[in-house]
Design a protein around this ligand. Structure first.
Ligand code: NAD
Ligand code: MG
Length: 403
């Protein structure tokens, strides 16, 4: 009998949340939904909760509670409605829950993901910003509580699959796996890989969100265009696999078929290949250690014909360089990088700043914080405090940005 999982999906109405429910529906024998959460698409949350018979839903406030009730189909028993940010963390730690899918976007997902780790759950981590903002705290919580940490980000899931198989490999390693020389993190290069540099200042949010290979939420789509996403992923890989930044190489691979690789000291490189469909890493995490059906179709290599690899151009992608510098500088710089980016991307998506102003705003915030912050935050409150201060500064720069 497979181990049954009772799931809490934080951010169930997003791109990852929807893909997770798609996989869950294929395995009623081993996967069930206990709790779902949403921030703005409350009617979708009601539809999901009715279909998957969720016992609990989490909404942000009273108005959302009313919307949920108005959208609830008559005749079905209403799930328990929990409310507010604290309810996300409380539900992630609920004794009824065995596995938590952390799929909220941004640092807003950190308290829930951390609570799941502290409660010793199986944590399916899509929310990379949680690790970027609180790597030390998060990995320590996984170790202390004996949580099972399974990376869902496709690159990290690929690396996890290519690393040596050991019984405790889902338990936050303190040093790099034996025999591994480097991690090779692939990146598509996004929609502007070949755009003339002088055109970049005119690109629109819709162009930035039109990723050539993946369908994702708008924030991560812009991050993929700037390659800040790859920067966050280098930081994520550093924490997940205890790997120093010098031993993580970013490789542009426009087809998004090789999801990442592990290079060993004997010269071998192991890669994981697959369709660019998040249901594959999600099914890996949900079924682990078994392999279960994800609904993803076959990958016909003969139809692909070729796979290309190239080095990233740091002049085209200044956000990648800013991220690598932040990782070298320390954890406070990573918090600043992430918070400044969230505000700048939101500003770009809402027409308040230009695409090319995103790295400028991040750099300015990093310059400011660099003066006083080289240390590591000791608590979640310290992380959230620096995050909030950076957001205030970045909002000011956004307001002053566009002529
Ligand atoms: P999305 O924007 O599609 O969905 C985000 C979800 O988070 C929604 O359910 C929304 O209701 C919820 N949410 C947003 N703000 C919130 C807040 N302040 N409080 C509580 N809930 C909030 O995002 P996505 O593309 O599904 O990405 C989710 C996470 O997974 C991100 O961290 C992203 O980097 C990561 N990820 C996504 C993909 C992908 O293919 N989409 C791949 C790898 C990693
Ligand atoms: Mg990724």
């Amino acid at each position: 009998m497979p181990a049954a999982q009772r799931l809490c999906i934080l951010g169930s109405t997003g791109s990852i949340g929807v893909s997770t429910l798609d996989v869950v529906a294929r395995h009623p024998d081993r996967l069930s939904v206990y709790a779902l959460s949403a921030h703005s698409r409350i009617e979708s949350l009601a539809a999901q909760a009715a279909t998957h018979r969720a016992r609990v839903v989490i909404v942000p406030d009273d108005a959302a509670r009313q919307r949920f009730l108005a959208a609830w189909p008559a005749g079905l028993p209403v799930p328990e409605i929990r409310q507010g940010a604290q309810a996300l963390a409380d539900t992630a730690a609920d004794p009824e829950v065995t596995a938590v899918m952390a799929a909220i976007v941004g640092a807003a997902g950190l308290p829930g993901a951390l609570a799941a780790a502290r409660a010793g759950k199986r944590v399916l981590l899509a929310n990379k910003e949680a690790l970027v903002a609180a790597g030390t705290l998060f990995m320590q919580a996984v170790r202390d509580a004996g949580a099972e940490l399974l990376p869902i980000d496709s690159e990290h899931n690929a690396i996890f699959q290519c690393l040596p198989q050991s019984a405790d490999r889902a338990l936050a390693p303190a040093q790099p796996a034996t025999g591994v020389r480097r991690l090779l993190l692939t990146a598509s290069g996004g929609p502007f890989r070949c755009t003339a540099l002088d055109q970049l200042e005119h690109v629109t949010p819709d162009q930035a969100c039109a990723h050539p290979n993946w369908r994702m939420g708008r924030k991560i789509s812009v991050d993929s265009a700037t390659m800040l996403n790859k920067g966050l992923e280098v930081i994520e890989a550093h924490w997940l696999f205890a790997m120093p930044v010098e031993r993580i190489q970013v490789v542009i691979h426009p087809q998004s078929i090789v999801h990442s690789m592990v290079e060993y000291t004997d010269g071998s490189i192991l890669a994981q290949l697959g369709q660019p469909d998040m249901r594959t890493p999600i099914a890996f995490g949900l079924g682990y250690p078994d392999r279960i059906d994800s609904g993803v179709g076959l990958l016909e290599l003969t139809r692909l014909g070729r796979l290309d690899f190239e080095s990233p151009d740091l002049q085209r992608f200044p956000c990648l360089k800013l991220s690598l510098d932040a990782l070298r500088q320390g954890q406070n710089a990573c918090i600043t990088l992430n918070a400044a980016n969230e505000v700048a991307v939101d500003g770009f998506l809402h027409g308040r700043i230009r695409y090319t102003q995103i790295p400028a705003i991040i750099e300015r915030c990093l310059d400011e914080s660099g003066r006083h912050d080289a240390c590591t935050p000791a608590s979640l409150d310290e992380v959230l405090d620096l995050d909030a201060r950076t957001r205030r500064a970045a909002s000011g720069y956004c307001q002053a940005a566009l002529p």
